[in-house]
Design a protein around this ligand. Structure first.
Ligand code: 6PG
Length: 242
């Protein structure tokens, strides 16, 4: 596991875009394609915009061999302002000649959408559980990641790849990858910025609290695990960079 502390959000975004492009190149060299599950929320926005502005040219990154999936989705239509797909489409997917985009269909009944996405994953990623080259994640101030929220049912599910997860505190249902899929990834990169994440980050990286309270602690992938954080989010860490 690596923890990389960057001065601010801008530096974090630059590093994350570079990491994405580097991993994409390696995956294409080794397997002819790059499969990535994109993170939702606000932190990745700048990363996606940078991937267009700094790596949008096919000479830098062969986008035709990039295949984009999602780590989670809200139960809303694809054009809804809360849709993770809409955010990724507007900041990146509409601006690069990408190979394929596989969105979670938030407009469907949640369990239907979850089952359909499981089939889509199995159809595209041969291994079982499906192995992404990269899964990008964030964390909330409560320590959730993807839509694995504290003390929700999805945390205990290990025989599914994708589930509809009821989130009582948000009075909603989310569609999310489960921990087996996340932990099967060749690489997982967390993007964490802001003072409001400092307490959760300290608990996740240095605390001994129950992962059911800080679900990002369940993310222990077989592959690379990289935490890309800014100095504000790292401000409570005993030993930040490692
Ligand atoms: C979502 C994300 C979620 C996000 C964290 C951090 O659907 O919102 O998957 O897990 O990564 O909530 O969000 P911010 O980047 O907006 O702080």
């Amino acid at each position: 596991m690596r923890v990389l502390v960057h001065e601010d959000r801008a530096e974090l975004a630059e590093a994350a875009a570079r990491d994405f492009a580097q991993r994409a190149g390696e995956a294409m060299d080794e397997r002819g394609r790059f499969t990535v599950a994109l993170a939702g929320g606000s932190t990745p926005r700048t990363v996606y915009e940078l991937l267009v502005s700094e790596y949008g040219d096919a000479a830098d990154l062969d986008w035709s061999r990039v295949h984009a999936f999602f780590g989670d989705e809200r139960t809303v239509p694809p054009d809804h302002e809360d849709s993770n797909y809409r955010m990724a489409r507007e900041t990146m997917l509409d601006h690069v000649p990408i190979g394929s985009v596989h969105r979670m269909r938030g407009e469907l009944p949640p369990e239907v959408a979850a089952s359909a996405y499981e089939e889509e994953l199995r159809g595209f990623l041969e291994e079982e559980p499906p192995r992404f080259d990269l899964i990008m994640l964030g964390i909330g101030p409560d320590g959730h990641t993807a839509s694995l929220f504290p003390e929700t049912v999805a945390l205990g599910i290990t025989d599914r790849l994708v589930v509809a997860n009821e989130v009582p505190k948000l009075e909603t249902v989310r569609i999310t990858l489960t921990t087996p899929v996340i932990n099967a990834a060749r690489a997982v990169t967390f993007l964490v910025a802001g003072e409001d994440k400092a307490e959760a980050l300290r608990e996740i990286l240095e605390g001994d609290s129950d992962p059911r309270i800080y679900p990002a602690k369940f993310v222990q992938p077989d592959g690379d695990l990289t935490w890309m954080v800014d100095s504000a989010a790292a401000s409570l860490l005993e030993n930040p960079g490692r």
